[in-house]
Design a protein around this ligand. Sequence first.
Ligand code: SF4
Length: 362
Amino acid sequence: MAAAPVASSGMELLGLTRQQLCARLAERGLPAYRGRQIFRALHQRLVQTLDAVHELPKAARAGLAEEADLSPLRLDQVFEAADGTRRYLFSVRGGHAIETVWIPDGERVTLCLSSQAGCPMMCAFCATATLGLQRNLTAGEIVAQVLSVLRDAGRRTGQPRPAALNLVLMGMGEPLLNYDHVLQALRILADPEGLHIVPRRVTLSTVGIVPKIAALGREPGRPNLAVSLTAPTDELRARLMPVSLTYPLATLRQACLDFPRRSGERITFEYVLLDGVNDGEAEARALLQWLAPLRAREAAKVNLIPHNPAPGIPFRPSPPERIARFQARLRAKGLPTYIRRPRGRDIFAACGMLAATSSPSA
Ligand code: SF4
């Protein structure tokens, strides 16, 4: 049976900053404090309807409800992995599927958000690439992923929100190709009268859209930067990540060198380890060499990501001893290098596996 379409588009309240919301209400003759009341109700109390904003007079609620859209997402399915990771499958307008992943780690939770439905970047090791780009998400759709998952967590745990909440833009899509909506969403999520998720708790991961890295560096409330690298030479990278044909490694490195860092901040370089492809001694040496100018400024750290196998993706994960050797080679030269523990593999929630799979396993 076909699912009902996501509600029609009206004024997308979740995509407005508090200031914009107040301005929109002013156009309707409502005072600014009403905008703040609605903003707080949506982002702190996580209400889903204007009817639940009891502070608003009934007439104002009814008038706004006619033109406002508070539900840009429809939650279709939730999968829970043995390690507690949860994958949320949502529909957005147009019928596209997107995913959000809840990754608990003790008191801390990381939410992995999607910025596009599908992705145009064609990374050879990533299941999302097989979908192609369907469309950019709106700011409201990005914000709604956080609100919806927190609402679910609140129902399950009775806690309004985790003690420490981090956001990573590492789900479906290349966030720097949806720059304005992503930055707008982060401004909304950072508002102290809302969820107040400050920029240093947010990491944006890009394959290396060089002009947008420069633009991001100029943003006042910018997130942390992660670069998905995965190959230390243009020849290999062009095979694994076609973005390298447009932005070769030399220009990518220059953009990273020019990126204004906060005190003590390092750019994270993500490196997906593919058995026999990019995990040998030669690649470790080439990676150290490519990173040398950044290492000299203590500007880089490396996250090694064991490849997560997905249907139709022709790579194998590197064996653990090969991963450990690769890490040791980088560490021996003083480069901070960490191995990311795979999370939620059994529900297709791990890095590189998001392809809107509607069953928990193949
Ligand atoms: S790794 Fe990221 S940028 Fe590359 S295809 Fe997958 S989702 Fe897109």
